[in-house]
Write a protein that binds this ligand. Structure first.
Ligand code: ADP
Ligand code: ZN
Ligand code: ZN
Length: 786
């Protein structure tokens, strides 16, 4: 990341550079700087941050390598021909990978081992070649077609196939892949090679891009005339883009209000300025449909990055960026690190999505990275959502230097005056009183029946989180749990196995309770599989597509199901959160939420917010086209404000209510949180260490706060005094994972507190005094889940 004239390291310990892998560094200076910022902000190693920015293909892999050893000369004097061959080969290569050496001398494993032992060869660690580009033999016809005509004359009458090849090239004088030509003309490689050997055309290897969307044509689209609301929003964004003014907009637009069209036209403006754009969408809404809308508008100027690409495909898309072949990147979270150098616009769609936060180190939030990068580029950020996060809403209301941190833009109408779908709340307690024990209420049952009749489609949502199937004994209450983690095992019907979602531990389904030997032990809970079974019983012949983690692991399966549904090969699309986002089907007129309370009952301060978001998003799937839409929400807590507000499409009402509660309880966005988790195999040692850590952190905080608040009162500019408190340590909600016990503490702070820095010092202090105790400390800044 940096060159220095002199090193502070002892010269004896400095190693020589073996090989420079990239003449041009893959990361721009701006990204290297960003890595430094991330390391301070999220308390991770700088290299961890930099690695998060690189495609997997570029990460170095090490292997055993062989070099000439100090005693090679002695061996060479006495040696056998085989030894001389090996030494000569290694000498010529300089350094050779062990694998490559054994490929060359397949029967000499023992000899190589002896040469290493005698010091004639020495072992080193070398960097394995990184992902190579993909190459293919390609035919290049000569510039003068006459050459080919002459060639045809020269060939004997019987060389029918050869002539066919030459004639094809005369008709199509452009480069063509050998494999493609062989396929087209049904000729062998030998036929083509013999022609190129005669010099009639050139045959050489050229690099080919691995394009995940190769062979698909995207119909080009033209900008739509904007509605008044869209135009107002677009004018605001485009004037900031045109002025190269760093600004963050929060675009709150109801589902179906046409946010994507605004994104597209704003990007066009950005490209017209000669600048580049990054678009982030949640991983699960990166469907072909979404990609089509961007490729349809900007064609080959678009690169796509997401985790379902192969390593090679991702590498090739990434290189389109570094080679300046593309101007727009659309991708999931990590696409925020696209190595553009002239960013004009960054768009984050569905900005409230928790998947923008990375759960492993570096635990960054793409929204924060976007703002940080935009600052460096004097670029504009647009955060779009029908249900913005309360953090973002609060920033449109909090002022800094007389201006709100984010500017709020509103779109409250659906395009073409389409009404919002009607939402019915179904009280499941009443259903139970009325004697209905099915997971389908009568109103939802009737609505599905009606859709089957009219040949319209239905989307059913069952939120999996907190609702997985577990195994319980009805006699004694025994629940099967993981022996290594503090969590109940999940039942998988297809394999009839019980599995731990944390460590992968698996066991067979039991037919007798291990605790009381009762046979009344069975799986409980409503998984998507059970809903599917029940649908089949209630509506014989119903065609259901089920989308959940089990049915979408295969590459491309996600897309396959959606295409089938779009082509009306099914009546119902049943799934987890996956079905709630970004999908747009003309014939969906009914959306059913099987159990709204599953999210609500999670012990998390964001549970009401998540419930509201999920209900609003899934309701937005209905009636997006000409046909009217209807939504049924089944719940045991119909009076809850998140359910009520979602049913009225009332974001403002929800936000105000929820913000009041957060302010009272001192939760984000009014205070920020940092979660620190400690883990160790021995419980007493863990508790002792965690307590020592917390004590130290509190001391450090007290020192800093005293001086911060002195400073503030001296200059009289603080709206709220700096404040920080450390809660805990307490046992984590999942108190053991993979045999390691877990404790956590939560830091709450507001105002000008350098919380990350303080925690960083506490961690260093701790590591200095107890490096051998193997205590792991992990820090999560602005955690999504507590
Ligand atoms: P959102 O992202 O806000 O949910 P979309 O961008 O998906 O909304 O737009 C909803 C539908 O309206 C899409 O089918 C889109 O093609 C259409 N649409 C958007 N803007 C216009 C417009 N200005 N005129 C006509 N149709 C539009
Ligand atoms: Zn039992
Ligand atoms: Zn486990």
């Amino acid at each position: 990341v940096e060159l220095q004239e002199e090193s502070s390291v002892d010269p004896k310990r400095v190693k020589a550079i073996q090989h420079v892998m990239d003449v041009v560094p893959p990361l721009t200076p701006e990204l290297v700087g960003l890595g430094r910022w991330m390391s301070g902000m999220y308390l991770c190693h700088e290299v961890t941050a930099l690695q998060a920015m690189l495609p997997g293909a570029l990460k170095a892999k090490y292997e055993r390598g062989i070099q000439i050893g100090d005693h090679a000369g002695e061996q060479a004097r006495t040696a056998l021909p085989d030894v001389l061959d090996i030494l000569e080969f290694v000498r010529l290569k300089g350094t050779v990978g062990m694998e490559a050496l054994m490929e060359r001398f397949p029967n000499e494993g023992l000899l190589v081992k002896q040469l290493i032992e005698s010091g004639a060869l020495s072992e080193v660690q070398i960097v394995k070649d990184r992902m190579n580009t993909k190459k293919a033999l390609t035919i290049f016809p000569p510039e003068q077609i006459g050459v080919l005509e002459d060639a045809v004359q020269e060939l004997s009458v019987r060389a029918v196939k050869q002539k066919e090849v030459l004639r094809f090239l005369m008709d199509h004088p452009v480069p063509i892949r050998l494999a493609e030509l062989m396929d087209k003309l049904q000729v062998g490689a030998g036929t083509v090679k013999s022609l190129s050997d005669k010099g009639w055309f050139e045959l050489r290897e050229v690099e080919v891009g691995r394009d995940p969307y190769a062979g698909r044509t995207f119909l080009r689209t033209k900008p739509l005339p904007l509605t008044d609301e869209q135009d107002h929003v677009f004018q605001e964004i485009q004037s900031a883009v045109a002025a190269h003014r760093h600004e963050v907009f929060l675009l709150q637009g109801v589902t179906g209000s046409g946010k994507t069209e605004v994104y597209l036209q704003s990007i066009q403006e950005c490209l017209d300025q000669g600048r580049e754009a990054i678009v982030l969408v949640p991983e699960i809404s990166l469907t072909p449909q979404m990609v089509e809308r961007f490729k349809g508008r900007f064609g080959d100027l678009v690169a796509v990055l997401h985790s379902r690409l192969s390593n090679g495909e991702r590498y090739d898309e990434w290189r389109k960026i570094t080679r300046r072949q593309v101007k727009v990147v659309i991708g999931a979270r990590s696409a925020i690190f696209a190595p553009f150098t002239r960013i004009g616009l960054i768009i984050i769609d569905e900005e409230h999505e928790s998947s923008y936060k990375q759960e492993e180190s570096p635990k960054y939030h793409a929204r924060e990275i976007a703002v940080q990068r935009a600052l460096q580029h004097q670029a504009v950020v647009v955060l779009g959502s029908a249900t913005p996060s309360l953090e973002s809403i609060q920033r449109t209301r909090s002022y800094r230097g007389g201006k709100p941190s984010y500017r709020l833009l509103l779109m409250q109408q659906r395009v073409a005056g389409r009404p919002m779908p009607k939402v019915h709340i179904v009280d499941m307690r009443e259903e139970l009183k009325g004697g209905n024990r099915s997971m389908f209420s009568r109103p939802l049952y009737k609505a599905i029946e009606e859709r089957l009749h009219k040949k319209e489609q239905t989307v059913l949502l069952l939120n999996r989180r907190g609702y997985a199937t577990f195994v319980m004994c009805r006699t004694c209450g025994f629940v099967s749990t993981c022996p290594h983690c503090d969590i109940s095992l999940t039942y998988h019907q297809s394999s009839r196995m019980l599995r731990c979602h944390y460590c992968g531990y698996a066991e067979r389904e039991v037919s007798q309770c291990p605790s009381c030997s009762s046979e009344h032990i069975r799986h409980f809970g409503t998984g998507t599989q059970r809903v599917e079974e029940e649908l089949g019983k209630l509506f014989p012949g119903i065609r259901v597509i089920r989308m959940d983690v089990d049915t979408t692991t295969e590459k491309g399966s996600h897309e396959k199901w959606l295409t089938m549904f779009r082509e009306k090969q099914a009546d119902v699309l049943l799934g987890t959160q996956m079905v709630a986002k970004g999908l747009d089907f003309p014939d969906v007129t009914l959306v059913g939420v099987i159990a709204a309370d599953t999210v609500l009952n999670l012990p998390d301060f964001r549970s009401a917010e998540r419930t509201f978001q999920l209900l609003t998003q899934v309701a937005g799937r209905a009636g997006r086209h000409e046909k009217l839409g209807e939504v049924f929400v089944q719940t045991y807590t119909p009076e809850h404000y998140s359910v009520q507000c979602a049913s009225r499409h009332d974001f403002g009402g929800f936000a105000n209510h929820e913000l009041d509660i957060r302010a009272t309880l001192g939760y984000p966005p009014f205070q920020r949180l940092i979660l620190i988790t400690f883990s160790h195999e021995e419980l007493p040692l863990l508790v002792k260490s965690a307590e020592a850590f917390v004590t130290r952190l509190k001391e450090l905080a007290a020192d800093q706060l005293r001086s911060e608040n002195d400073l503030f009162s001296a200059v009289e500019q603080t709206p709220e005094p700096a404040h920080m408190e450390v809660l805990g340590p307490v046992a984590s909600p999942i108190s053991r994972i993979k045999d390691r016990y877990r404790f956590q503490c939560v830091v709450k702070y507001r105002g000008n507190v350098q919380a990350s820095q303080l925690i960083g010092s506490a961690v260093s202090w701790f590591e200095e005094r107890s490096s051998k105790e193997k205590l792991q400390i992990s820090v999560d800044v602005d955690p999504q889940y507590l």
